[in-house]
Design a protein around this ligand. Structure first.
Ligand code: FES
Length: 157
């Protein structure tokens, strides 16, 4: 087993920050029409030393193990970051201890990055909590598959 695979396995043995944050300030959902995987991320902010920083980040994934492992790492890394700092994290930084993703798995990291960016774009206190109530039941059904073509990571309404 490669060291990447063993790190993924390790992260999956104890994934961090899974599940909804009911009173989240922001939520982002993306789906990959190519592989059929989806990921939703919630962010909760707090005030620290006069700055608004991420207090908690969580995720729910309908996706592959790599996406779950990356989301677990990323949600840990996000704690204490401002929205601006979070916005500037690249997909490869979000993988944390997993290190660079193999070429076939790059889009799994991009799914996490996409959910984060979508959440940051939707950042308005209280908005996510309201939306979650109406969106959650349609999450799986809202994914659209696209036949052929290139990979797209799309924000979902
Ligand atoms: Fe699609 Fe990993 S295979 S997110």
């Amino acid at each position: 087993m490669s060291s990447f695979e063993s790190k993924v396995r390790e992260a999956l043995a104890n994934p961090q920050n899974q599940g909804e944050i009911p009173d989240a300030d922001a939520m982002g959902t993306v789906g990959s029409p190519e592989c059929g995987d989806m990921l939703r991320m919630w962010l909760k902010f707090t005030e620290k030393d006069g700055k608004r920083v991420i207090d908690r980040a969580s995720f729910q994934a309908f996706g592959c193990q790599t996406a779950i492992a990356v989301a677990s790492m990323a949600t840990e890394l996000l704690r204490g970051k401002t929205a601006d700092e979070a916005k500037h994290l690249t997909a490869s930084e979000l993988t944390g201890d997993l290190g660079p993703l193999p070429p076939m798995k790059i889009h799994c990291g991009q799914l996490v990055e996409g959910a984060l960016r979508n959440a940051l774009d939707n950042d308005s206190p209280g908005a996510a909590a309201v939306e979650t109530g109406t969106m959650a039941p349609t999450l799986a059904s809202s994914l659209q598959r696209k036949a052929g073509g290139t990979l797209r990571i799309v924000p979902l309404d």
